[in-house]
Unconditional design. Structure first.
Length: 135
């Protein structure tokens, strides 16, 4: 289904104002055609509004974050934990979650960074001890 491009209202051109200078150019959405394939728009909208990696279970991550009234740091931690198994770099997402949890602990709960380091060291010591037992 073809529809009128919402970016340029079907005119094929858009005005852009940068640093007080207005320029007119070809609409990047419809490539100056004034029309756009609505199926593509719908697919792009779903990728923005409801990305697949946030919709793997019964609950969408943003709904959980809002329902639990989480803040920026703890909300981001939940986001990265929720998506880590559904993206290509799970370890990176878990590191990001850990970073946001640490930031929340330090800024909102006044936990000293040396306390956080001690917690991390206990994990390292536990893992190191367990791998020594296996050998």
């Amino acid at each position: 289904m073809i529809g009128v491009c919402a970016e340029c209202d079907g005119r094929g051109v858009v005005k852009t104002k940068i640093a007080g200078v207005t320029t007119v150019g070809t609409c990047p959405k419809c490539d100056g055609q004034g029309e756009i394939d609505m199926q593509i728009v719908k697919t792009q909208s779903n990728a923005v509004q409801h990305p697949q990696h946030y919709n793997e279970g019964k609950y969408e991550v943003i709904d959980v974050i809002e329902d639990w009234k989480l803040g920026f740091n703890d909300g981001n931690a939940v986001k990265y934990i929720g998506r880590h198994r559904h993206k290509n770099r799970p370890a990176e997402d878990l590191k990001k979650a850990l970073w946001y949890i640490a930031r929340e602990l330090v800024t909102a709960h006044h936990v000293a960074t040396n306390e956080l380091a001690q917690v991390m060291l206990t994990i390292v010591k536990t893992n190191h001890t367990e791998s020594d037992k296996k050998n």
